[in-house]
Design a protein around this ligand. Structure first.
Ligand code: PBG
Ligand code: ZN
Length: 337
């Protein structure tokens, strides 16, 4: 297109709306929720203004608003009442996530319920795995190792309990090698061939998870997660991880976090012909909230929270994400209407 005409298109806002190539829709967004036991509980999470722990009754009420704004899918995280060394609260039939999924699907047949499958929220040590006895370097603490065999078995068990409660997709986030295959196997064997897998495939050992860990009380009590999450200096490895998860049966793959990893999203979309999700993580959410607060009333012009957030979410879609998990999902869907 000649530059002159392009310039005219840029000046005219109707023409801009018509000619732009990326349109963010409410249905692209997935809203995460932190569920706790109890009744009528709405407990704000300190580092995430606007996000709260919700009891199941409150969760159902909140989802009805989210749904009204055109959001089709939610992601559930449960906070158990007790944690132990083996994370046994994660696969209880009457566990918090299991009860929450059941309530969600009972109230909203058309809402896609996705459940996080991991151990860190349920183990007393806060790692995403079962800790073995032998001193090996995987947790980056010389005293502890990852017991892969038990971990994969338990992850399968958790996924099964979620599917049994009605989850449409399970989302394994432990970054344990072979987790997608192990879960697919368990689900198929137990008659849940229809349950899908959204794999946290390329998950980086990011410094932007703090608010989430505060919300879940899931920070590792020793070592860190660098042995199983990816190093941010690497990108080819992300593509290998995604390819492997696809081979193991993932239906949707994910890149996480989103904003510092738009290149990974772009490369993944170019390389793989499969639905791609991006996780706009807790720290990214809190950064925007802090930014909005810091510019405050002085920014009455275009730099409103709405415009900032829509720019960010649209950029993630432009990079190649089909689905965006964001704590802003509900608010943004309201702005999109
Ligand atoms: C771990 C998990 C993490 C998040 C979701 N599941 C990261 C971590 O604690 O290492 C982060 C989500 C967020 O920050 O919003 N299984
Ligand atoms: Zn975890």
């Amino acid at each position: 297109m000649p530059v002159l005409r392009l310039r005219r298109l840029k000046r005219d806002s109707a023409a801009r709306d018509w000619s732009n190539r990326t349109t963010l829709l409410s249905k692209d967004l997935i809203m995460p929720y932190f569920v706790v036991s109890g009744k009528d509980v709405k407990r704000p999470i300190k580092s995430m203004p606007g996000i709260s722990h919700l009891s199941i009754d409150r969760l159902v009420r909140d989802i009805s608003q989210t749904r009204e704004r055109g959001i089709k899918a939610i992601l559930l995280f449960g906070i158990p009442e007790v944690k132990d060394r083996l994370g046994s609260g994660a696969y209880k039939k009457q566990g918090i996530v299991q009860r929450a999924v059941k309530a969600v699907k009972k109230n909203f047949k058309d809402i896609i319920a996705i459940t996080d499958v991991c151990l860190c929220g349920y183990t007393s040590h806060g790692h995403c795995c079962i800790i073995g006895e032998n001193p090996r370097p995987e947790t980056r603490d010389p005293k502890y190792s990852i017991d892969y065999k038990s971990t994969l078995k338990v992850l399968g068990k958790i996924a099964l309990s979620h599917a049994d409660a009605g989850a449409d997709l399970v989302a394994p986030s432990a970054m344990m090698d072979g987790q997608v295959g192990a879960i697919r196997d368990t689900l198929d064997k137990k008659g849940f061939k229809e349950a899908g897998i959204l794999a946290y495939s390329a998950k980086y050992a990011s410094n932007l998870y703090f608010p989430f860990r505060e919300a879940m009380a899931s920070g590792p009590q020793f070592g860190d997660r660098k042995a199983y999450q990816m190093d941010y200096r690497d990108s080819d490895e992300a593509l290998r991880e995604i390819g492997q998860d696809i081979d193991e049966g993932a239906d949707v793959v994910m890149v996480k976090p989103a904003l510092s990893y738009l290149d990974i999203i772009y490369r993944a979309k170019e390389k793989f012909n499969i639905p791609l999700a991006a996780y706009n993580v807790s720290g990214e959410y809190s950064m925007v909230k802090a930014y909005v607060k810091s510019i405050g009333y002085r920014a009455k012009g275009i730099e409103t929270e709405r415009n900032i957030v829509l720019e960010i979410l649209t950029s993630i879609k432009r990079a190649g994400a089909d689905f965006i998990i964001s704590y802003y999902a509900k608010e943004a869907a309201g702005w999109l209407n």
